[in-house]
Write a protein that binds this ligand. Structure first.
Ligand code: Z5A
Length: 212
C-alpha cells in the first residue's frame, strides 16, 4: 500500500520562531531524502491574501467577522493543494493554521465571535497529523526582532490569543505537542525533530478533517 505524506502544522504566537523553524525543519526533511512542501497562512499572495495583508498592515479596515471569514477562505483556497501533495507522498509543513484563526478572532472579545462561531468556517479542512505549538511568553516574544509592526502585535492581544490558541486542539485526531520556544533555536529544532522524524515514512490512514 502506498503511504500518503504527513501534514504537520507549526503554530505559536507572533515571533515564537515559526518561520525560522519551518525553514530549518524543511532542510532537515530534505536531507533525510523526503519531499516537503512548505505553506504559510495567511498566504498573502492570493487575492484574498492581499486583502488580509492590507488589513494586517492597517492600510484598510474590515469588519471583524469578514476578516475571520477571509482568513478561513484563504485556507480553503489551498485545501485541495494540500490534499494533492499529501496524496503524492510529500510532507506538508504549514506555518500557522486554523488554530491561529480561532485564537486571534475569539481574543477580540466581540460577541457573537465565540469559539463555536469561529470554528465553523474551518470545519472539514484537512486536519494536521501533528501540530507543534511553539510556546513563548509575550514578553520574550516582544524582545525579538520586528515586533509591533502589524495590527495584532500588541501585548494585550497577544496574551488573549495565547489563552485561546489551544481551543481548536480538541478537534481532529492529530497529535498536539507544546514546545518551549523560549530556548535557543537548535534546542527548539531538536525537540520538534523528535516528533517529526517518525512521520517521514508516511501514513496509511486517510487525512482527517477538522473538527471531526
Ligand atoms: N492570523 C489571524 O488572525 N488569523 C488566522 O487565521 C491566521 C493568522 C492564519 C500575521 O501572521 C498575523 O495573522 C498574526 C496572526 C494573524 N498576527 N499576529 N500577531 P504571520 O504568521 O504572517 O506573521 P507573524 O506571526 O508575525 O509571523 P512571524 O513574524 O513570521 O513570526 P514567527 O514566524 O513566529 O517568528 P520568526 O520570524 O521565525 O522569528 C522572529 C524573530 O525571532 C527573528 O528575528 C528570529 O531570528 C528570532 N528568533 C526565532 N527563534 C528564536 C530563538 N529560539 N531565540 C532567539 N531568537 C529567535
Amino acid at each position: 500500500m502506498s503511504h500518503r505524506g504527513a501534514f504537520i502544522v507549526i503554530e505559536g504566537l507572533d515571533r515564537s520562531g515559526k518561520t525560522t523553524q519551518t525553514e530549518t525543519i524543511q532542510k532537515r526533511i530534505q536531507e533525510a531524502g523526503k519531499e516537503v512542501v512548505c505553506i504559510k497562512f495567511p498566504d498573502r499572495s492570493t487575492s484574498i491574501g492581499k486583502m488580509i495583508d492590507s488589513y494586517l498592515r492597517s492600510q484598510s479596515n474590515l469588519d471583524d467577522h469578514v476578516v475571520h471569514l477571509l482568513f478561513s477562505a484563504n485556507r480553503w483556497e489551498l485545501a485541495s493543494t494540500i490534499l494533492a501533495h499529501l496524496k503524492q507522498g510529500k510532507v506538508v509543513l504549514c506555518d500557522r493554521y486554523a488554530f491561529s484563526g480561532i485564537a486571534f478572532s475569539v481574543a477580540k472579545n466581540l460577541p457573537p465571535i465565540n469559539l463555536a462561531w469561529a470554528r465553523a468556517p474551518d470545519a472539514s479542512l484537512p486536519s494536521p497529523d501533528l501540530t507543534l505549538f511553539l510556546d513563548i511568553s509575550p514578553e520574550a516574544a516582544q524582545s525579538r526582532g520586528g515586533y509591533g509592526e502589524e495590527r495584532y502585535e500588541k501585548e494585550g492581544m497577544q496574551r488573549r490569543s495565547q489563552e485561546r490558541i489551544s481551543d481548536g486542539k480538541g478537534g481532529g485526531k492529530g497529535t498536539w505537542i507544546i514546545v518551549d520556544a523560549g530556548r535557543d533555536m537548535s534546542a527548539v529544532t531538536e525537540e520538534m525533530w523528535v516528533h517529526i522524524r517518525p512521520l517521514l515514512d508516511g501514513l496509511d490512514t486517510p487525512v482527517g478533517r477538522l473538527w471531526d
